[in-house]
Unconditional design. Structure first.
Ligand SMILES: O=C(O)CCC(=O)C(=O)O
Length: 214
């Protein structure tokens, strides 16, 4: 990661790290993400409980998030039965380092990799399917963004709480843990044509790193 990200604490435990990844690191990570999304266990568009299709292509590494049952499992029993690919060690190390840079501890065993095309979105939700102990301890989620910028929504811990909009650009990280671990969040839209030209990419890749248990 860059030695000089600009770190803004938006609320206790919620940090926006601007320019966290230099462009060469973004490029290398993007290549890995593309290969994974179109690899032997490819990304897919989840259909969630209630029948709605998500507006992203998703691939879970380490453990699979079952969108019909809202739980993690080793294989994609809600889709094709394939095993979740392993979480690469260098991904884990990067997420750990980002968490540590804001004074938090994370030893991730899950990464949810999402690709948003220009119409991609994600509704307001809480990340609360990880283990009870990790949630209670406020073990953070680390999010990394690549490609086009996104309007990221950050609410409170109740659905009706007011929501702020944060512009997440390529190379930015966002960390939410401690008292912010269960904040509602989502993505209202992708801003077309805003990715760094060096990346030669359309749309947005987002990686969220999570730790299931302590
Ligand atoms: O794409 C993002 O910035 C947020 C992703 C997200 O909320 C999630 O994967 O749970």
């Amino acid at each position: 990661m860059s030695s000089w990200p600009e770190i803004v604490e938006l609320a206790p435990g919620a940090f926006h790290l601007r320019r966290c990844l230099p462009i060469d690191a973004q490029w290398a990570l993007l290549r890995r993400c593309r290969a994974l999304l179109d690899g032997a266990v490819p990304a897919y568009v989840p259909v969630v409980r209630g029948g709605g299709r998500m507006r992203v292509r998703m691939l879970c590494l380490g453990r699979h998030w079952n969108g019909k049952q809202y739980r993690y499992e080793p294989t994609r029993s809600d889709f094709d039965g394939l095993p979740a690919p392993p979480l690469p060690e260098e991904f884990r190390a990067l997420a750990r380092e980002i968490a540590a840079s804001v004074g938090m501890s994370l030893d991730p065993d899950i990464c949810i990799l999402n690709y948003y095309d220009l119409r991609g979105q994600m509704g307001l939700h809480q990340d609360k399917d990880e283990g009870e102990r990790a949630l209670a301890a406020g073990v953070p989620v680390v999010s990394l963004s690549l490609g086009d910028a996104a309007r990221f929504l950050l609410g409170g811990t109740r659905r009706r709480d007011p929501v702020d909009t944060v512009r997440l650009e390529s190379g930015d990280a966002f960390v939410f843990g401690g008292p912010s671990r269960l904040r509602y969040h989502g993505v209202s839209r992708i801003e077309p044509g805003t990715a760094p030209p060096e990346l030669d990419v359309t749309g947005r890749f987002n990686l969220t790193f999570r730790q299931y248990d302590l």
